[in-house]
Design a protein around this ligand. Structure first.
Ligand SMILES: [Zn+2]
Length: 342
């Protein structure tokens, strides 16, 4: 039964998608004699953790059952004071007798200390239940915290014959439903990068308006100050980083970052991590994608392939060797494939 309840925790955790990053998505359930008496998930960054919401959700008439129940949780409860008090103390305070966890928390502030503290208090703790599923769900969190660098997702749309678009001209490859999906991806990731050429050709807004939710931090390069002042990326509507010289206008949310040419990708990623951004979506174009692929600084590739051919234009990148396919599905006339680096 452990796996059944942990699967429920994973479903709950997923409800926090797009709301909690750079924190992990976490779900928790409290079970008394094969009956779920409480459920919770981490709903938004800075808000109460899954365990807190789970305990709070228990009805008054069931509260006396809490010490006799098993708490299932996708991630080891926290040990430290963050935006909220440590969940391990909540569990001790509620005198919960049994705790089942999928993943230990790699955060050095936790790293097994909560498991140890609970065991020392006489709680029966089991770890590793659906560990690989839970690690996959929070792959961006696990990568960023253990490598101190954001998780990099490369994304491109290509025609059936393998082109990104016609040279120097805005080309629609994916259908309207796929565009909504891309906006969902944007809302779930912390930052989005498009190269100079893409900005000049497409004048993109780089936001998540078709899905709603959070807009990612927008990033582009403008070393030669070529981007016209009236372009969307310079509209100061949302936090934006422009790698290049400053402009003679006052901006509130747009930051200009002096840089060398070409911009060192590692420096860019380190700056993101230092600014609490755990993920980045790289949306192209060809040069930027090639730079990431060559540097090896990427973790995941999402390819949208339309059923129509272009007959020529800018070649889509070659898929690197040694990928694992994570998902493959159809959205309208487009096929979506998601690959992970092995
Ligand atoms: Zn916590």
């Amino acid at each position: 039964m452990h796996e059944v309840y942990m699967r429920r925790c994973l479903d709950l955790a997923l409800l926090g998608a797009g709301q909690v990053s750079p924190n992990p998505m976490v779900g928790a359930v409290l079970v008394y004699e094969d009956r779920i008496i409480g459920e919770g998930w981490h709903q938004r960054w800075g808000g109460p953790h899954a365990e807190v919401n789970c305990v709070r959700s228990v009805k008054q008439e069931d509260r006396h059952l809490i010490p006799l129940s098993t708490l299932y949780c996708t991630l080891e409860p926290c040990f430290h004071f963050g935006k909220t008090p440590p969940c391990v103390d909540l569990i001790l305070g509620e005198k919960i007798s049994r705790v089942v966890i999928a993943n230990e928390d790699p955060n050095p502030k936790v790293a097994g200390q909560s498991v140890q503290k609970m065991r020392e208090a006489g709680i029966v703790v089991e770890t590793g239940v659906l560990a690989s599923e839970a690690a996959l769900l929070n792959r961006t969190f696990f990568h960023s915290i253990s490598h101190k660098q954001p998780y990099v997702v490369l994304k491109w749309a290509q025609s059936a014959d393998g082109f990104l678009g016609r040279t120097g001209e805005r080309t629609a490859i994916s259908g309207p439903w796929t565009q909504r999906l891309v906006h969902r991806w944007r809302s779930e990731l912390d930052a989005i990068l498009a190269g100079t050429q893409t900005v000049l050709t497409d004048n993109p807004k780089l936001d998540a308006r078709l899905h709603g939710g959070r807009n990612p931090l927008r990033i582009t390069f403008d070393i030669e100050k070529k981007i016209p002042a009236e372009y969307n990326i310079l509209d100061d509507s949302t936090p934006t980083w422009i790698f290049g010289p400053t402009r003679d206008v006052a901006f509130r949310q747009t930051e200009f970052i002096p840089c060398d040419r070409p911009v060192a990708l590692e420096k860019l990623l380190n700056r993101l991590y230092e600014n609490n951004r755990a993920t980045i979506l790289v949306e192209g174009g060809a040069q930027v994608l090639a730079a990431f692929l060559e540097s090896g600084l990427w973790n995941e590739i999402r390819i949208i392939e339309s059923s129509a051919s272009l007959g020529g234009g800018v070649q889509a990148p070659q898929l690197p060797e040694g990928l694992t396919i994570l998902e493959k599905y159809q959205v309208g006339a487009d096929s979506i494939r998601i690959f992970l680096k092995k």
